[in-house]
Design a protein around this ligand. Sequence first.
Ligand code: GLU
Length: 304
Amino acid sequence: MHQTRTALAALVLTAVALLAAACGKSGSPPVKGPKGSQLPRYTTATGFRLPGSATWEKARSRGRLVVGAKEDQPYMGERDPASGTYTGFDIEIARMLSASLGFDPKTIQFKTISSANRETALQNGQIDYYVGTYTINAKRKQQVGFAGPYYMAGQGLLVRKDQKGIDGPGDLAGRKVCSAAGSTPYQRIQSDYPKADLVAYDTYSVCVDNLLTYQVDAVTTDDAILMGYAAKVPDELKLAGRPFSQEPYGIGVPRGDTALRFALDDALAAHEKNGDWKKAYDATLGLSGVPAPKPPAIDRYPAS
Ligand code: GLU
């Protein structure tokens, strides 16, 4: 009898300790993945108006923003298939900007758009803006507008941990290399390293599956994306060599909507200044172990 009660008391105590740990009291083990409690809370602007922006006006009558994103890029843009919730650094950027434009971030309707379909999605009005590892460059600027940049990535290589002899893009001759169609890393390998045996899929996660099953020798895209995949299976995958390009990430907007682009530039600057940007980074991409860099200078280029 006495023994049973002691055992029961011990059980209750363990349960209490476990609960306390789960609630994040001291002594709880570090949790991998973004913790809700660490993410910044964004205050939705009240009375904000942007009459010069057709995109904003359309969102206003709809009652919410529709934002394009990625859904298979850990730490950056990831969708939980069970709940449909999106998480990651890009998603946080989308949320903080939404708040500044007067739309409660909780109401954003995220739409997954692959690398090859971003320009058309913006041109067709399928989305109001796009936040998804989207490199700003002159060619794309002929089709869409870019607020930002909000982050500077660089092209890298992901290989299997046992891989020898791939330390940079110069080692790719005769090797099977996978990237996403319509991406700048794909285009760079095609033009600068034509001896590589390049294959393209719609998404990088398919490339990573192919790497894990020995169908390709390397996956190439931005280091910010590759770090997330490596972190998911650290025993099997690693980044090889150093980044070999500069990929400034911008927020894609419909090309003619300069009012929206400038409003997003202003909002981004404000969130960098008030600490939201760093908090968001620390709770997402920062979990890869790379400390928050200084955000790149915003390029408020004139309307053309
Ligand atoms: N940042 C590169 C690009 O915009 C690669 C990542 C991606 O495909 O989203 O093409």
